[in-house]
Ligand binder design. Structure first.
Ligand SMILES: Nc1ncnc2c1ncn2[C@@H]1O[C@H](COP(=O)(O)OP(=O)(O)OP(=O)(O)O)[C@@H](O)[C@H]1O
Ligand SMILES: [Mg+2]
Length: 269
């Protein structure tokens, strides 16, 4: 089994710290909560500020596949990048796996595996080295590392010792997924994981996501592709222009309802 299922707070990622430091953390049924989360980008030169998140409130339950859908520029990556620690929020609160992002950023971050939308690797590192470095950053001991197991699960075992510059775009994206898995986080977030990936590799990624969810991992899938979100998610959250405009269960969700939640919002604006 690639993912060890989460079992309450004992399974919480500790960011390399002793688990006993987390005894006072309350159990939470939520993977992620956000309250009045805002992000204003202040671009350089004479560009006006961009209000990318306009005060979002959100509760993502533990387990299952949660789809975050919205058109280009909706604010999806901004939200994910704040969780990943790549973008600083302007205001509001965020809680991950029971850890407040401001009070306990290390444990909050260690509870997440994030596959970013942008692909970047050092071209002269190999997949094996990249996974080992990442494991080191998360204080995963050499004995606990599952480098080859993860590479095999993502069909990259034969590229373990190749320079990443020699990998195709789809292979690089699969390597990003592998990298997010090294510390066995209870929650995995994938920001557009199938962009530029061929049809075969796409279905491999879908199968991999479904298996992780079946093993008890919480998956948040971010996409601007409606069929992808509709096909995989147990619950769907729709985002548009920095706000959430609708939330649907798998049974409730339809293309029409989702599009309506975006267009009604547009009509109000
Ligand atoms: N570093 C930045 N500086 C200034 N503005 C930014 C920055 N990053 C994002 N934005 C702006 O914030 C808004 C939300 O962008 P974001 O990347 O979060 O959208 P998205 O929903 O992920 O879109 P996509 O589907 O294209 O990936 C957009 O208006 C975008 O131009
Ligand atoms: Mg994005």
């Amino acid at each position: 089994m690639l993912h060890e299922p989460a079992k309450g707070k004992d399974r919480r990622a500790t960011g390399g710290q002793d688990a006993s430091e987390n005894r006072d953390v309350p159990d939470t049924p939520h993977a992620i909560t956000a309250e009045n989360l805002k992000k204003i980008y202040r671009p350089e030169k004479d560009m006006p500020p961009v209000e990318a998140l306009k005060g979002i409130d959100l509760t993502i339950p533990q387990g299952s596949i949660f789809g975050l859908l919205g058109p280009n520029g909706a604010g999806k990556s901004t939200f994910i990048n704040i969780l990943a620690g790549l973008v600083l929020k302007t205001s509001g609160t965020l809680n991950v796996w029971g850890f407040d992002m401001d009070e306990n950023p290390r444990n909050a971050k260690a509870s997440l595996g994030v596959v970013p939308q942008e692909i970047y690797f050092d071209p002269f590192f190999t997949p094996r080295e990249i996974l080992d470095v990442q494991a080191g950053l998360y204080a995963v001991s050499p004995k606990e590392r599952r480098t080859m197991e993860i590479l095999e699960a993502l069909n990259l075992a034969d590229k373990a010792d190749a320079y990443t510059r020699s990998l195709s775009g789809g292979m690089k994206r699969r390597l990003l997924v592998a990298k997010a898995m090294v510390h066995n986080p209870p929650i995995l977030i994938l920001d557009e994981p199938t962009a530029g990936v061929d049809v075969g590799a796409k279905s491999e990624i879908y199968r991999f996501i479904s298996e992780l969810a079946a093993d008890g991992m919480g998956v948040i899938l971010v996409s601007s592709e409606l069929p992808e979100i509709l096909g995989l998610s147990d619950r769907i959250l729709v985002m548009h222009e920095g706000r959430f405009t609708g939330e649907f269960s798998r049974e409730e969700a339809s293309e029409e309802r989702i599009m309506q939640s975006i267009y009604n919002r547009r009509a109000e604006a």
